[in-house]
Design a protein around this ligand. Structure first.
Ligand SMILES: [Mn+2]
Length: 348
């Protein structure tokens, strides 16, 4: 294969992919070092020191205060960073290199002053993403449990409801649970109720398992979301599901939310609420590639809970899905879509 530049060249004063060793003073590029070396940032992208000169920001949200059962997703961002060092620049499945298209950086983790206060934390996540959005940066996030997506929407959908491709075993549209409304079972009900998410431009893919209450599924269906239950997924096949997803979200602004429990636990056992009979890793990659050219405004991979998977494979799968999401967003926003028009940044 022809060698391609791993990085888009950056201005001299901008956030740079090139670093200077503090001992020998020599220049080096972390992504060209062996993949086991240097500090583990997401995808080995540079760690940003400011919000200037970044097009896509890779962000960790290390919290699992919103889980309703088994905790552990607070360890997701660190393990995904480590596993993501296995990612390279060129995506063979898509025949493109996101680093050729735009400036990508690890923005670090959301920091909390209320780390053990779910409501305060939710407000702080929203505040963090308002800064990211105001700087015109497209966020690609590693959670954390799924409760983090609601405050992300509070920031990026403030000017009007967005659409969503949601991959998950669960609809995450339940109401209050044990006195809390910000659980990881509730983000998309809250998002609809707050006018942040357009249910008619939302597709939920991979839904399955048992339920204590039909409240969540009923909310999804009654609000107009397209729910692709796992039996439907199996009957339709990936290509038909892609067509349906593209029909549902149309050309409006669309977010990709990928709960790793949407995958079969064979591929991703390290998650708090595994459900057997799920999507394969390859089907998920094909599904994500099928979103090429949509008006994508951000994405996340959530619910990677490394303590339940001592092999580390769930973190690798999560990192890979994060890379795929990064690639489809980079191409959609900074590449040359089929209509030849570069989509405009939704930054305020
Ligand atoms: Mn979920």
């Amino acid at each position: 294969m022809q060698h391609r530049a791993t990085y888009k060249s950056l201005d001299e004063n901008a956030m740079s992919y090139r670093k200077t060793g503090i001992v020998d003073g020599k220049d080096y590029e972390p992504m060209k070092e062996p993949r086991y070396a240097e500090i583990a940032t997401f995808m080995r992208a540079p760690l940003a020191t400011s919000l200037s000169d970044v097009d896509i920001g890779l962000i960790g949200v290390p919290t699992d205060l919103g889980v309703t059962n088994r905790p552990g997703a607070r360890h997701g961002p660190r393990e995904i960073r480590n596993s993501s060092s296995l990612m390279r620049g060129f995506n063979l499945g898509m025949r493109m290199n996101p680093y050729d298209l735009c400036r990508i950086a690890d923005l670090g983790d959301v920091r909390f002053s209320g780390r053990y206060d779910l409501e305060k934390q939710t407000a702080e996540i929203a505040d963090y993403y308002r800064h990211i959005h105001a700087a015109g940066i497209i966020p690609v996030t590693a959670g954390g449990d799924h409760s983090i997506t609601f405050p992300i929407f509070q920031a990026i959908a403030a000017s009007g409801p967005i659409g969503m491709v949601h991959i998950d075993a669960h609809t995450d549209t339940w109401g209050d649970l044990y006195g809390s409304k910000f659980t990881h079972g509730a983000p998309f009900r809250l998002a609809v109720e707050h006018g942040l998410l357009d249910p008619k431009r939302t597709i939920q893919i991979g839904i399955r398992g048992g339920q204590n209450l039909m409240d969540g599924v009923d909310f999804s269906l009654n609000s107009g979301m397209r729910v692709v239950f796992m039996e439907d997924f199996a009957a339709m096949g990936v290509d038909e599901v892609i067509k349906e997803a593209r029909r549902v979200v149309g050309d409006g602004p669309t977010y990709i939310s990928f709960d790793v429990d949407g995958l079969d636990p064979v591929f991703a056992p390290g998650t708090g609420t595994p459900e057997v009979g799920g999507i394969t890793a390859l089907e998920a990659q094909r599904l994500l590639h099928g979103l090429r050219g949509l008006n994508l405004i951000g994405g996340d991979v959530v619910e990677v809970a490394p303590p339940y998977d001592q092999t580390g494979n769930t973190a690798l799968v999560g990192a890979t899905m994060m890379f795929e999401i990064l690639c489809v967003i980079a191409e959609a926003r900074f590449g040359a879509p089929p209509n030849g028009r570069r989509l405009q940044s939704s930054g305020s």
